[in-house]
Design a protein around this ligand. Sequence first.
Ligand code: UGA
Length: 438
Amino acid sequence: MEIAIIGSGYVGLTTGACFAEVGHSVTCVDNNAVKIETLLAGEIPIYEPGLEDLVKKNVAAGRLRFTTSTEEGVAAGKIVFIAVPTPPQPDGSVDLSFIEKVAREVAAVIKDYRVIVDKSTVPVKTGEKVAETIKRYAPEGVEFDVVSNPEFLREGCAVHDLMNPDRIVIGANSDRALALMQKLYEPFVAPVLVTDINSAELIKHAANSFLALKISYINAVSALCERCGADVEKVAEGIGRDSRIGDKFLNAGIGYGGSCFPKDLAAFIAISDQLGVPFNLLKEVQNINAGQLDRFVDVIREALWVFREKRIAVLGLTFKPQTDDVRCSVAIDLIEKLVAEGAEIRAYDPKGMEKAKELSVTSKITLAPSALEAIDGAEALVIATDWPEFAALDFNEVKRRMVAPLIFDGRNLLDPGTMAQLGFTYRGVGRGRCVAGS
Ligand code: UGA
C-alpha cells in the first residue's frame, strides 16, 4: 500500500521504515530540510538500534523515500500519518499547533479520498478537531476520514516494538477507513483492537500513565524498604510473580524521565481537569517521581556531608539505556542538583554525550571520554542510567581509580553483595546499606 508519514522524528521515521520493511511504499515528509538532506545522504539523525540498517535496506529497495513536500507525500499516500511533535505547554497541556498546521497543509493539497491518521500522542478529542480543520480548509466535496492509531514503541527498542507489537489500536469512525487500516496492518502478527477515535486517544494516555504509576508505586515501596531494611528487588519479584500484576516496570530507581511519561502524565492530568474530572491519583504519581530523586540526593549528601569541591563521577546521561536521548533525563536533573551544591562532576555516557553537549548544565561539568576516566580521582561514583556496560566494568580497577570506594546506584544495576565483597560501600534504591567487606 502507498502511505505517507508527515514528521520524520523518532516515531515517524521508525514507523516509516518498519512499514517499508513489510512491503509498503512509504514517503516520509519533514519540513526540516537539513533532516531530509541527512536522510537522503544515507545518514540517520538519531541513534536507534537497528534503524539505520532498516532505512538503508528499504531506500535501496525503492520502498522508502524522503521529501520536504507535504504535497508530494499526500499525492503519494492513500493513508497519511501525522507524526509531528506535541510538546508540553507550561501548564501541562499539549501544544497542538504542529498538528493543526499539518491538518491545514494536508487540506490545502488533498485532491481525493485519503485516510488521515493521528500517530502523535494527543489528548482525547484531538481527532475531532483535526477532522473539523481539514473539512474547513479542504476543497469542497473532497472525501477523507480521520483515524487515531497510537504508537506504543519504546525508544531504544523501537524497531522491535513496531515489528512485534503487543496490540494494534485503530480508532476509526468509518468502515472505509477501517478496512484500509486493517489491510495496512495485515503483515503484522498482533491482535487488532478496533475502537472509536476518542477511546483510541484515551488508550495511549491511559497506558503511559499506568506504566508511570507502576514505577512510582515501586518507588514508593522502595522508600519503605529503606526505612525498614527490606529489599525492594525482592519485593518487586514477589509481587510481579502475580500474573495479575506482572513483573515489568517494577524496577525501582531515581524515577522515570524521557520525552513521553512526564509530558503524557501532565497532559492527561490537564485534559482530565478540562473535562471536569481531576485525576488526583496521577498528581501523586508525579510527586513520588520528583521526591525519589530528592531522596537519592539526600542519601549521597548524608555520606559525603558537603558536595562543594567533591569530585563525583556520574555514569549515564540518557533517560534510559540504548538511546542517545537526554530529553527530560533524570540523570541530567541529578547532575543539575549536584552542580547547584558545588560538586565537581565528571560524567560519561556511551551514546548520549553529543546530545548532552547541547544542554546548558554540561558547560559546568567535565565530559570524560570513558567510564574509567570519569571515575579517576572520584570520591563517589553515581550510576544514573542502567547501561549494561556499566555493570560490566572491572570494579577492581574502578576501586583503584577512586579516592574513596563509594557507589550510589540510582538504577539498582549492580549486585550489592558483590560490591561489598570488592570493598565498596554501596547504596542502591530501596536496598538498605551495604558496607565494604560485609
Ligand atoms: C514509553 C512507553 O514505554 C512506550 O510504550 C510509549 O510508546 C512511549 O513512552 C511513547 O509514548 O512514545 P519510552 O519513553 O521510550 O517509552 O521509555 P520507557 O522504556 O517506558 O522508560 C521511561 C522511563 O521510565 C525511563 O526513564 C526508565 O528509566 C524509567 N523506568 C522504566 C523505570 O524507572 N523503571 C522501570 O521499571 C521501567
